[in-house]
Write a protein that binds this ligand. Structure first.
Ligand SMILES: [Zn+2]
Length: 328
């Protein structure tokens, strides 16, 4: 079973991912994006503010440590003390190790992957994050240098400095390979379940996505740059047995991510009819980009939700039902 999600975030005046540390000028991270030309012929490159997938993943791991401990799921000492250690080391400096033991002993390492170079063991992260990038089809973006002055000590001159802040409607993609949670490759090449609390781990992994977004657990500089922030839309698909990715949460003049995902999912289930492909779609739409009469599609169940919390609880409910029913 595979979970794919794309979110639309309206974010004003954020400095969530700065490239330089202390200095007179803190630049915002930027990326190059393609914007369709207004004459309909090709694309042009636009430089836009962004937040790295690594920054998002770090916030997610923080959320997962908290939630796993509240659920009495195992978290190793290194992950528990990530603040003291300055990050998630995940046994990366160990001389030896056992993949199965590491997965058993820590939900963070199970869900977010790791590498112990000297022991030659690695785990690909079941959870994946995109960069958070602006939807430049739907709105403009801004990167504004903000002037600040550092309070001077007596006898010194005030120190001016600047911080670039970003404003945009951002898109964020998240996917979770549910089949991999609590599972390692077995000796016979088949996946091997090595934990006895798989469903609880899956729940925590999905709920941590909600905490990441609704609890704003990601990003830096929030003491003075707490973003003006709202999740304004999302589309989510749970697929089984063949992996399906939702369309990026983009809105254009003639198309939107929800309609596009539903249409693609419908064709996809037809393509994989012979293996009984199931796709369940949930969406939230605070912008009114889609009318409810347009959400029906052959072979795909579609359900509307009000916010991220409802989205998450419906996804968890559906996933647990599939896991419990032995269908996935
Ligand atoms: Zn750990």
């Amino acid at each position: 079973m595979f979970l794919s999600m794309s979110f639309r975030l309206r974010v004003e005046v954020e400095a969530l991912n700065m490239v330089e540390a202390m200095g007179a000028y803190s630049r915002h991270r930027t990326v190059s994006l393609l914007k369709p030309r207004s004459d309909g012929k090709g694309y042009r490159l636009v430089i836009a503010p962004a937040v790295s997938g690594q920054a998002i993943a770090y916030g997610y791991m923080k959320s997962l440590v908290e939630l796993a401990q509240k659920r009495n799921l195992p978290v190793c000492d290194q992950c528990k003390s990530y603040e003291d250690k300055g990050g998630f080391i995940k046994h990366g400096t160990d001389k030896s190790g056992d993949l199965e033991e590491l997965v058993k002993n820590c939900v963070v390492e199970d869900v977010t992957g790791f590498m112990v170079a000297q022991a030659k063991i690695r785990r690909t992260s079941p959870i994946q994050f995109s960069y958070m990038v602006p939807d430049i089809d739907a709105s403009d973006v801004a990167i504004d240098p903000q002037f600040h002055v550092r309070g001077a000590k007596p006898g010194e001159n005030p120190q001016p400095f600047q911080v670039e802040s970003g404003t945009a409607v951002y898109m964020l993609g998240v996917s979770l390979d549910i089949d991999k949670i609590g599972v390692v490759p077995g000796g016979d090449g088949k996946p091997k379940v090595v934990v006895n609390n798989r469903i609880e781990r899956v729940k925590a992994a999905i709920q941590a996505i909600a905490n990441l977004l609704e609890g704003l657990s990601f990003g830096a500089k929030k003491a003075r740059y707490l973003p003006i922030y709202d999740v304004i839309g999302a589309v989510t698909a749970v697929s089984h047995p063949v992996q399906f990715m939702v369309s990026p949460a983009r809105v254009t003049k003639n198309d939107n991510y929800i309609a596009r995902t539903i249409a693609r999912a419908s064709n996809y289930t037809k393509l994989f009819k012979d293996v009984n492909e199931v796709i369940k779609i949930f969406y939230m739409d605070k912008e009114g980009v889609i009318s409810e009469s347009n959400v029906k599609a052959e072979g795909v169940e579609v359900e509307k939700v009000g916010d991220v919390a409802e989205l998450t609880s419906k996804v968890v409910e559906f996933v647990v039902k599939m896991l419990g029913g032995g269908r996935a």
